[in-house]
Write a protein that binds this ligand. Structure first.
Ligand SMILES: [Zn+2]
Length: 287
């Protein structure tokens, strides 16, 4: 009997372990994850991501905040980028994400294990983060697409994340995922301060009609809300989850001098939001 129970529990452990095996989508463009030299964007804000999967380090005397991680294989690149800037990887105290998709969460669990940092997530993305993306309405399925992890703190719209002299406000911008979000905060250098928006652009992921997504009945309402809310934001510098979305490679070339004004671009932001508004309208009208 005991042997039988042992065997049964062993089988159960094995099948749970199998179910947890991460299957990261393989079709991503190679450009997304190729290495990219890190640089200082403005004040104590740094770009530490890959060529297209944007990751940001916000440094304070009390430790650092890392936003987004790229794919699972991006972990060593991000670590090397952070160290190349002269920071200690172990000084990461807070981990944030703009959305619980594998291309921003891939290395999150590994980095949390290595640094012991606190994971803070928009409460609306916490379930999908805990199951590694399996319950995602568009990219979900049987296997996790990134290593699952649990939040240490759940964030709600307008919540502030504090570390050292940094105050970051989380803005709930749902649609792309149920808990997609942007971060608004101030950084300063010896000349001036900058209001920075790390914007999660509300691109449409699903090919289905909005009315055919029972897992996310409010999806159209959420996109409409997000587009409207994002138009009203005021900021000096805007950046996003993908480098291509804010034109990083037009605005900055590797090795260039510190130049925060390259990222002051209200026109580019408004144009990008308008494009997304049009995409949304077409989709909502079933075109
Ligand atoms: Zn995404």
């Amino acid at each position: 009997m005991i042997a039988k129970i042992l065997l049964l529990s062993l089988l159960l452990v094995c099948s749970t372990a199998l179910a947890q095996e991460v299957v990261e989508p393989q079709h991503t463009p190679t450009e997304w994850s190729k290495p990219y030299p890190p640089f200082r964007i403005a004040g104590n804000l740094y770009y530490v991501g890959t060529y297209d999967l944007a990751c940001y380090l916000v440094a304070t005397p009390q430790g650092n905040i890392l936003v987004n991680t790229g794919l699972a294989a991006s972990a060593p690149l991000i670590k090397a980028n952070i160290e190349a800037l002269g920071f200690k990887f172990s000084d990461i105290k807070i981990l944030l994400t703009t959305q619980a998709h594998y291309d921003h969460m891939g290395a999150m669990a590994a980095i949390k294990k290595q640094t012991g940092a606190q994971m803070m997530v928009n409460e609306k993305d916490s379930d999908v983060m805990e199951d590694g993306g399996r319950s995602d309405y568009a990219l979900g399925g049987k296997a996790p697409t990134f290593e699952p992890l649990r939040a240490d703190r759940l964030l709600r719209d307008g919540d502030t994340i504090k570390l050292g002299d940094i105050r970051m406000v989380m803005l709930h911008h749902p649609g792309h995922t149920k808990g997609s979000c942007s971060f608004l905060f101030k950084v300063k250098d010896d000349r001036r301060s900058y209001r920075v928006l790390l914007a999660n652009m509300p691109t449409i992921v699903t090919e289905k009609a909005f009315s055919e997504i029972p897992e996310y009945p409010d999806i159209a309402k959420d996109y409409a809300y997000t587009l409207n809310a994002m138009k009203k934001l005021s900021f000096d510098i805007w950046l996003s989850s993908h480098a291509s979305q804010f034109g990083l490679h037009r605005k900055h070339k590797p090795g260039e001098n510190y130049n925060p004004s390259a990222f002051i671009d209200r026109k580019g932001y408004d144009a990008a939001i308008n494009n997304l508004q049009n995409e949304f309208r077409k989709k909502a009208q079933g075109k």
